[in-house]
Design a binder for this molecule. Structure first.
Ligand code: FMN
Length: 203
């Protein structure tokens, strides 16, 4: 059985192009007995970072303290899955707020990373991670006329906790009408169909 954690972080939830393509790609990948856990970060929001969490994070607080309840839940959920699939729109050149909040709960000192003089050392086991990035304009390639802070940021943030087997797939030009959408989906589908089965073989 392959356990897949699917984080959906856009406002369109299961109507988004990214979500539909992710589900289609997983179904077509030939994964034996895939068990998908869906966490919709917009429909079922996780709590904002409050003062209790901020204080606990910067003091010697036990991992089972109430302040870490959500952080602990989200980290444990990540650890219990073999593969991570992130469906995200680009919002103002980077990750949407809902995904940033998930990262703020999951990237936690002495739980998901250690701080060393050489920098952060991740404590989470690496796992194949697929990120479908939807954008209204273009953020990759010749037609990109905007900065992409999403890809380097998310790659760096995940690497800080130990997840570096990360593959990004753009789904772009989504505001340019149905033909542009169809082409974007075709291209992303093709890229995914080449990469997804390879990652599964390595699991
Ligand atoms: C608040 C907000 C900010 C956005 N910022 C960007 C942006 O910086 N660049 C871009 O190309 N599209 C931007 N968009 C458009 C979305 O990325 C696009 O509509 C979305 O990815 C649609 O994909 P989906 O159907 O997979 O959710 C933004 C949309 C919203 C709602």
């Amino acid at each position: 059985m392959t356990r897949i954690l699917l984080l959906n972080s856009g406002p369109h939830s299961d109507a988004s192009h990214g979500y539909r393509l992710a589900m289609e790609a997983i179904a077509a990948s030939g994964i034996d007995n895939a068990q998908i856990t869906e966490r919709d970060l917009v429909k079922s929001p996780i709590p904002p970072i409050g003062r209790d969490y901020a204080i606990a994070l910067t003091s010697q607080t036990a991992p089972d303290a109430k302040a870490f309840e959500w952080s602990e839940r989200l980290i444990a959920e990540l650890e219990q899955h073999d593969m991570l699939f992130i469906v995200t729109p680009m919002h103002n050149f980077t990750v949407p707020a809902a995904l940033k909040l998930w990262l703020d709960h999951v990237i936690r000192i002495n739980r998901s990373f250690h701080a060393t003089p050489q920098g952060k050392v991740g404590l989470i086991k690496d796992r194949p991670t697929f990120v479908l990035v939807s954008s209204g304009g273009f953020h990759v390639g010749e037609r990109a006329k905007q900065a992409d802070f999403l890809t380097p940021y998310l790659r760096y943030a995940l690497a800080s906790i130990g997840i570096s087997d990360v593959h990004f797939f753009p789904l772009q030009g989504l505001v340019f009408g149905p033909e542009a959408v169809a082409q974007a989906v075709r291209e992303a589908r093709q890229q995914l169909s080449g990469k997804l089965p390879l990652a599964i073989v390595c699991l």
